[in-house]
Ligand binder design. Structure first.
Ligand SMILES: *Cc1c(COP(=O)(O)O)cnc(C)c1O
Length: 432
């Protein structure tokens, strides 16, 4: 039985509850979700909406999946949480074993973190400490390309795109990192002069740079742009040549979303440090992980302070670990590659008509990700209305209407999501 009626709930929400990237008090009325099952959200006053967002990349198996529910119930009956200092448990050990097995070659050690941003903090701390341990504390900056997104806590913010990350607002507060141009757009577009720019920047700054950090193949919240995997090989070679570590942030791209288990797989290269999050628990609980090579771990552990000084209260949470194991097993037990391909094909089909909408700049699909880019910013309220009218939940940002459906979305629902993306694009450009 709900204890609040809809108006009371929305009034309390508006007055007291901070929402992502929102003002206080709230100015936009959120939809109220009552429950979720399969690929559908049950929304007060709107019935069921097909989820085109996988709750920000995370709910790859949909909602209320019987296997994940059972894993949660089973673990709840044993323990939902114990501290990780001085204690260990099977769910965390099993999860780490799986992550090491499935991740790119060479990543052997795993730090379990409580969110994606924290896993990036840990990744950067590992890299800085590695060089400190080796007696090279001057290597303390990060190098990245523009258009990236790595989270909202301080260090991750410093490597986000300077505009998207609001570096103007934080000038003099955020550490100043080194930025090169964003990679040329297009999975199949390789530009040797851009590769040369990457090599030059790494060579020029190597004396002060601890690590290069990038999102491989797909830049997510920084602009939903795709680039050639060949640049990852360029980065790997240049980093090796100049004593710089390489970090891949696979928080959005991990667990099959781009058509490979990890986006690094498109390039066949391994980073020194890798972050995963978002889909790690199938969208059930917050958890992320930072993986590193033996070289990084040994470097840190040989230093003056031979420990990694990080230890979140909820590190290795057993409930999240057990669900993450179940989610990974579920993913690997099915033809995930086929499902991702099927959804990508359905999206390509459904989004092809977006090319005809005036004001549409670009339409792109990779793996199970579909993006329509407009010539203007979307009006969020109008966009939500247009998507809801099609029976779909979408959350565009800036000039981007995009979708990354759960892998269990059937063809009919993929087509419906595609229609909704087109409807939002048409509404935003005044042709709806
Ligand atoms: C979402 C995201 C993060 C931040 O993860 P949170 O769990 O929101 O802190 C970092 N990097 C990338 C690439 C992401 O997509």
């Amino acid at each position: 039985m709900p204890e609040l009626n809809l108006d009371e709930l929305l009034d309390l929400d508006r007055r007291h509850v901070w929402h992502p990237y929102g003002p206080m008090p709230g100015t936009q009325r959120p939809l109220v979700v009552e429950s979720a099952a399969g690929v559908r959200l049950r929304v007060a006053g709107h019935g069921e909406l097909v989820d085109g967002m996988s709750s920000w990349w995370s709910a790859i198996h949909g909602y209320g999946h019987p296997v994940l529910d059972e894993a949660a119930r089973g673990q709840l009956g044993r323990m939902s949480h114990v501290m990780f200092g001085g204690l260990t448990h099977e769910p965390a050990v099993r999860l780490v074993e799986r992550l090491v097995d499935m991740s790119p070659e060479g990543l052997e050690h795993v730090f379990l973190a409580d969110s994606g941003s924290v896993s990036v903090e840990v990744a950067l701390k590992m890299c800085l400490q590695y060089w400190r341990s080796l007696g090279r504390p001057e290597k303390r900056r990060m190098l990245t390309w523009r258009g990236g997104y790595h989270g909202d806590t301080w260090q991750p913010m410093s490597v986000c795109d300077p505009e998207g990350g609001m570096h103007g607002l934080w000038a003099g507060v955020l550490q100043e990192q080194i930025f090169v141009d964003e990679p040329p757009s297009g999975f199949d577009a390789y530009d040797e002069s851009y590769a040369e720019q990457l090599r030059e920047a790494i060579a020029r700054h190597a004396h002060e740079v601890a690590a290069v950090i990038v999102e491989p193949v797909v830049q997510g919240a920084g602009g939903m742009r795709f680039h050639s995997p060949a640049y990852l090989r360029v980065l790997r070679e240049a980093c090796d040549a100049h004593d710089v570590l390489l970090v891949f942030d696979e928080i959005a791209t991990g667990f099959g979303r781009t058509g490979e288990l990890f986006a690094a797989g498109h390039a066949g290269v391994s980073p020194d440090v890798m972050c995963v999050g978002k889909a790690l628990t199938g969208g059930y609980l917050t958890m992320a992980a930072t993986l590193c090579t033996a070289r990084v771990a040994e470097g840190i552990s040989r230093g003056e302070v031979p420990v990694l000084a990080h230890g979140p209260t909820f590190m290795g949470n057993p409930l999240a670990s057990a669900i993450a194991c179940a989610s990974i097993d579920l993913l690997l037990s099915q033809d995930w590659r086929g499902e991702v391909k099927r959804i990508g094909a359905g999206l390509s089909d459904a989004l092809s008509e977006a090319h005809e909408i005036p004001g549409v700049r670009d339409v792109r699909v990779l793996g199970a990700i579909g993006v329509v880019q407009l010539d203007r910013e979307v009006d969020m309220a109008a966009a939500t209305r247009a998507a809801v009218a099609e029976g779909v939940w979408l959350r565009p940002f800036r000039d981007l209407v995009y979708t990354m459906p759960p892998y269990v979305t059937n063809d009919e629902d993929v087509a419906r999501i595609g229609r909704a993306v087109c409807a939002v694009a048409a509404a935003a450009t005044g042709k709806g």
